[in-house]
Design a protein around this ligand. Structure first.
Ligand code: TXA
Ligand code: MG
Length: 346
């Protein structure tokens, strides 16, 4: 049920059940971050492997001390500049954060979302909220309450309505080696904005075989329809004669294609607007029963780089996560399940 009832939301969360919450980036599937029971439900509903840790959403910079320790000065500087906002920091965790939240890592990912509804909810709760994006594993993230409804309509007691997500793309994730910030996932906060505050940062966000953040997994934001990415729509479309083609264009439609099968991200060339529209456009095209979606690659500048990264992942056919001689995702998941929920011996 889509609702604005904050008291209902609080009651459900306090009972260790889940709701969807609005944030400025994408909708989150939220539960009490301090409750193993609630967090397990998140993994189950999302069908997310247990080795893929969650982000903890908190209410204030001061609260950070409750869940994280050894916080680098550069992390505090980023927090002070960009929180509340689309920035997630990966920091050493304190005991109070259950291992299931962090997939048994000794680090926790944390952010303060910049959305009035989420902030008010966090302010009124006694605990922070663990929340991944509110979509089944490997599908397109939700940026409207209706997207969440389509994914989880029958399984969620409440989808807290906060309108369309203003940013439209997930938070940028930053970890640290000593004082050195490292970008683990490109997101709504551009590399340029970050570097302006803390100097040159590296991005390690393409390593499929050892993902530091599973946003790094190649295929992660994927429509069901085949998708290709090109700098030149007009040229690429020639390869698809006789096919039902959809177009995901940056700022201009193609005159030769049915307008119903085209999405324009921003008519004025505004990257922020393009980011906000990206996932909703992908959702719509994916529902058109097309043979292929041809997406236009942007320049790798500012949010263009983030949008290109998400589009690239959407074109990948499958996860190239494990090599055949490595332990499989299922085995990893099973192993973590046994560690975190040991079966009591009869
Ligand atoms: O904008 C966002 O970040 C949204 C909203 C709801 O806040 N959340 C989101 O969550 O995108 P999710 O679960 O879809 O992505 C969380 C990412 C994953 O790639 C996960 O691997 C990474 O955060 N992550 C979480 N804990 C981590 C840790 N300790 N070390 C490295 N990466 C971590
Ligand atoms: Mg996600």
């Amino acid at each position: 049920m889509i609702t604005k009832d904050l008291n209902l939301a609080k009651e459900i969360l306090t009972n260790k059940n889940l709701i969807a919450i609005p944030t400025e980036t994408v909708y989150g599937l939220a539960g009490n971050a301090f409750s193993k029971t609630a967090v397990k439900k998140i993994f189950e509903l999302k069908k997310r492997p247990l080795f893929n840790p969650l982000i903890v959403h908190i209410k204030s910079v001061e609260y950070l001390q409750e869940i994280a320790t050894d916080i680098p000065a550069s992390a505090l500087k980023l927090a002070e500049n960009f929180w509340p906002g689309p920035l997630t920091l990966v920091l050493n965790k304190k005991e109070i954060v259950p291992n299931i939240v962090t997939a048994n890592k000794n680090t926790v990912a944390v952010r303060i979302p910049n959305h009035p509804v989420a902030l008010q909810l966090l302010e009124e709760l006694e605990f922070p909220l663990a929340a991944p994006s509110a979509n089944p594993f490997s599908t397109i993230s939700p940026t409207t309450p209706e997207h969440v409804q389509n994914y989880f309509g029958n399984e969620l007691e409440a989808i807290l309505d906060g309108g369309i997500c203003e940013r439209g793309i997930e938070s940028t994730i930053i970890g640290f080696e000593g004082e050195q910030p490292i970008i683990y996932r490109l997101g709504s906060l551009s590399v340029e904005e970050i570097e302006e505050k803390v100097g040159k940062v590296f991005t390690i966000n393409k390593d499929d075989n050892a993902p530091l953040a599973p946003g790094m997994m190649s295929r992660h934001y994927a429509p069901r329809t085949e998708m290709v990415l090109t700098p030149d729509l007009k040229e690429t479309i020639k390869n698809y004669a006789g096919k039902r083609v959809g177009i995901l264009a940056f700022h201009k439609m193609l005159p030769t294609i049915n307008a119903n099968n085209q999405e324009v991200l921003t008519e004025t060339g505004d990257l922020q607007e393009a980011a906000r529209n990206l996932y909703a456009a992908m959702h719509r095209l994916d529902n058109q029963k097309l043979d292929v979606i041809i997406a236009e690659r942007l320049l790798d500048i500012g949010l263009g780089k983030t949008i290109n990264d998400k589009l690239e992942r959407a074109t990948k056919k499958e996860n190239q996560l494990t090599k055949s001689n490595e332990i499989s995702d299922e085995e990893k998941n099973e192993a973590l399940l046994n560690i975190m929920f040991p079966k009591s011996i009869p």
